[in-house]
Design a protein around this ligand. Structure first.
Ligand SMILES: O=C(O)CCC(=O)C(=O)O
Ligand SMILES: [Fe+2]
Length: 273
């Protein structure tokens, strides 16, 4: 997948612009088009991305992905990531002492799924670089969990420790998958499981190395409500909304959203289409 990603991002810009990001969150995101930290309107992220939604046909992808076996590779990767996420969510359900299929039944493997494979590329240097340059602004992810693959031990990923209020480096290892718990889990568990606030910073050097990563965003099915799970641990629990609320939209209101509504609100805040 990383080989494919490298080949893709080195295609000429006009080639990549043929599949620009669409409303359904599929396609190419050019450098400076997305700002993951919606509380900071001044800086845009210095990254390119290619989002691959749950596929129905090969034509939705650039020609490179239709070459010998690449389409099959992407599909296989998608299915493997989905399966791993379902395994993790099953253990989580067991931990909360609810029906072990509770989360599984809320993440259907079908065409309507909003799951995304996201190839990410952070160029070595950029004409867009300014004093406030950041590779990916502070944010939490919008679904239930995210699998994050980093490549060639290039650092930069940091998670925010909400207790000590410190940013902590996530040291990359080639064979390691970072698992981010995301917004839906925070809603479902009244903040028992926190949505991980994270960012990617620029290495402290004049011409930083380029960096590749791949994320798999596991999303609840669109109509699933982000309401507390029927676990005994939720009964007397009060949902404490800490300052992280500014990263998670609509914490101010008590209206229970569907996963699809929440995703749309968050995407609208981060993209300049
Ligand atoms: O590139 C990374 O390591 C993180 C990317 C990320 O957090 C995102 O795209 O949501
Ligand atoms: Fe993220």
């Amino acid at each position: 997948m990383f080989e494919l990603s490298k080949r893709y991002f080195h295609l000429p810009l006009e080639e990549k612009l043929k599949h620009q990001i669409q409303e359904k969150n599929h396609g190419y995101v050019r450098a400076g088009q997305e700002n993951l930290d919606s509380t900071d309107q001044k800086s845009m992220d210095l990254k390119e991305a290619f989002n691959i939604s749950r596929l129905t046909n090969e034509e939705d992808l650039p020609a490179l992905f239709q070459e010998n076996g690449n389409f099959r590779l992407v599909n296989q990767f998608q299915f493997d990531c989905y399966s791993l996420c379902m395994k993790l969510l099953k253990y989580l359900a067991i931990g909360f002492e609810i029906d072990e299929d509770y989360f599984l039944s809320r993440h259907k493997w079908d065409e309507d799924s909003s799951d995304i494979i996201r190839l990410l590329y952070y160029p070595s240097s950029s004409s867009l670089t300014t004093e406030k340059s950041i590779r990916a602004g502070a944010h939490s992810d919008y679904g239930s969990i995210t699998l994050l693959f980093q490549h060639e031990e290039k650092g930069g990923l940091q998670v925010f420790d909400r207790v000590t209020k410190q940013w902590c480096d996530v040291k990359p290892y080639n064979e390691m998958i970072v698992v981010n718990t995301a917004d839906a889990l925070e809603y479902w568990t009244k903040g028992f499981v926190k949505s991980t606030v994270h960012r990617v910073i620029m290495p402290d050097q004049l011409s930083p190395d380029e960096r590749y990563s791949i994320a798999y965003f596991c999303q609840p099915s669109n109509t699933v409500l982000l309401e507390p799970i029927p676990s005994k641990y939720m009964i007397n629990r009060v949902f404490e909304k800490d300052e992280h609320a500014k990263h998670v939209l609509n914490h101010e209101s008590d209206k229970i959203l569907t996963a699809g509504e929440h995703l749309r609100l968050r995407l609208n805040k981060t993209y300049a289409y």
